[in-house]
Design a protein around this ligand. Sequence first.
Ligand SMILES: [Zn+2]
Length: 360
Amino acid sequence: MPLRPEQYTRLQYRFKYVEVADDHEEMLATVGRDALTGDPALVVQHPGEYYRVSCPFCSDTRKRLWINHRWGFLDPRTQSRNLWLAICYDEDCLRLPERQRWLYSEVFSDVGDGTDVVLAGTRPAAVSRDFVWPGRMSHLHHLYEDHPALTYLRERGFDPVQLSHRLGLAYCFSGYPEFRLAGGRLIIPIYSDGKPVGWQARYIGDPPDKSVPKYFTMTGFKKTQYLYNLDTARRYPYVIVCEGCTDVWRVGPTAVALFGKTLSTTQRLLLGTHWSQGAAVVLLDSDAGDEGQAVYDALRDVVAQRVLVRLPDGKDPADMDRGVLNRLILAAGREQGVDLPSMFRDKGAKSTSGPATPTG
Ligand SMILES: [Zn+2]
């Protein structure tokens, strides 16, 4: 039986075909504050059971409208019906509150309020209390072809489908109340040992003014404790140390990001753990000359070989051509006595074509 029988029956009556997803899983949520109003709001760690129907707003026939089992149910903790718990993965049709209310009246019109019950189901396996996704999201490769998120990335010379498959990049349709700012942004998940530990939400395009941050990071995420893309980069004989996630997208699988211009003690230890016998290439933005030198200096006795790349004025790795960047990295290595391509050969890797395209 569905966790919310009354809602399920009503959806069947209204939409005829209803599919249950995440069968019998309870919602796991705590109460935080709505970022906008300061009112109590649900912070969803695990949304639990959903009912899928074909969206009445778009031409969807694949049941891409997901309605949570607690949607429209008066939550005593927040005194809210949480109508944001329904989302159209086809064209984001329910982003407007008017449409959320319309759907509610369509389903519950004759009673007017969710006085039904939610049954007990399966408690989700322990979810880390420190990690929460920002809202309802979709991987980039599931979005429609000319979605603004994809267009934006392509205009910057990135391949959104690859970023989605390799690095889990996603689009956030609507942020949970505590993370409203994340809605309509690119979500860049940060993994450590295969588990998500944080995320950054990037504004799509250039923010209209200074009051809108370009990046918004998960509350409580400790940037100094992690390196972006470490899980992948550690398979390679050398590592390219960059500032930000977009630099890693450009440079390729051998790169990690510091989430800034400085190297923390933990990040230094992580580099030492994986590359004590290898090489580290320091590649910060061009405006970070002194910081780049400081990171390079801090890696003495941590890695076997070091390379410091100085970029031409006004250049950041993320905005450069990948081929040009590769040549700069390899040339800096040669000048400083570190033969980077030979490390791939020594490791028996298949490709020796440069840092950005190893397949080993
Ligand atoms: Zn729709």
